[in-house]
Design a protein around this ligand. Sequence first.
Ligand SMILES: NCCC[C@H](NC(=O)CCC(=O)O)C(=O)O
Length: 446
Amino acid sequence: MKHFEVNFDGLVGPTHNYAGLSFGNVASLSNAKNASSPKQAAKQGLLKMKTLHDLGLKQGVLAPQERPDMATLRRLGFNGTDAQVLAKAAKEAPALLAACCSASSMWTANAATISPSADTHDGRVHFTPANLTNKFHRSLEPAVTGRILKAIFNDDRHFKHHKHLPDNDHFGDEGAANHTRLCSQYGHAGVELFVYGREAFNAAAVAPQKYPARQTLEASRAIARLHGLDEDTVVFMQQNPEVIDAGVFHNDVISVGNQNVLFYHQDAFANTERDFAEIRRKFGEGDLHFIEVPRDQVSVSEAVKTYLFNTQVVTLPAGHMAIIAPTECEESEAVNRYLAQLVEKDTPIKEVRYIDVKQSMRNGGGPACLRLRVGLNDEELAAVNPACLLDDALFNRLNGWVDKHYRDELLVADLADPQLLVESRQALDELTQLLALGSVYPFQRD
Ligand SMILES: NCCC[C@H](NC(=O)CCC(=O)O)C(=O)O
């Protein structure tokens, strides 16, 4: 049986904008209110998907959310026609309007946590959408995310979907951005690493002081239970609270794993030696590469600026690994130098590809944030909704769809434009047909 790791990238939605919504995420705050380009953002994302597809990898597409989220605006008391709801929200509570218009679902690393069938008790692939409770704009995502995942992985024999965890900060869950999996081969049982920022029910535990820890230990443990993971193959690690306070709001900004490689910054974890010993013990036989980037070669702030660890480490059909890095890494002298040396070392990583996702980077989302990894065997892959798997034809159709519906430029002031709502709904209605998703959006179901 063959095994694959399929990257499902989030298609950037038509309302992509810079609203400064994510306290603790340096890029989001520093680009607040700048003009965005939804068209360019969507095209950069599509080109990233196409690049991975052309490298011989399986690539999927995840549809964006419906925005503006009119149902939430109405739930918050804005009433009248759609145009009146938008106008009232813009006047009385512009921050709420911006939150209800965010295209943040593009960062599908935060869409869900996924455990491949090789790890789970019932031999199915398990999915739990992230509740994203820490940020209001992101807490609006899980219900529709769950629906989209069910429309793609729609076969009970192979796929098990769970409801997102209770919507409360005690169970703050940010999905796969704080989860990675080490294994010798994709099809072999692996060690699942859950990295948390704080313990919700233990006031004495260390926690960041300045910025929020968005993932709790209790949430990570609940996901492991739901997915039927063995205690012997799960490791819970605390993120170093100091790096959260330095702008590392998700673990995937400071470490990334693929197969038998864990690529991480020296300051990433709170208890590195102890946790790595546990990983080694649970991983068992086989080569395991811990690739540590020392702080004197790349500082934490340079890592946050360039997203060196928000790279995708992928195994190419030839057998070696490549790093898919944002162009910000190429432009940084320290990071560029580090990566040039890395590919010469005795590790499975042998090449670096730079990719332009600047529109997303300005909101704190690098290549790895834009993708959700789903480990599948060939039978499971055959059960995936084929309309959501990228090939040249779908790439071309989606590019044409973006050209037809997306604006070149968007300012926060444009979010109240009722025409943007009309355009977005038209675009999404057409998209659900292109991707054969059925009626996943509230506006299609009312
Ligand atoms: N994994 C990357 C997630 C980035 C995302 N940024 C945002 O939501 C910024 C939106 C804005 O500020 O307009 C976040 O912080 O969750």
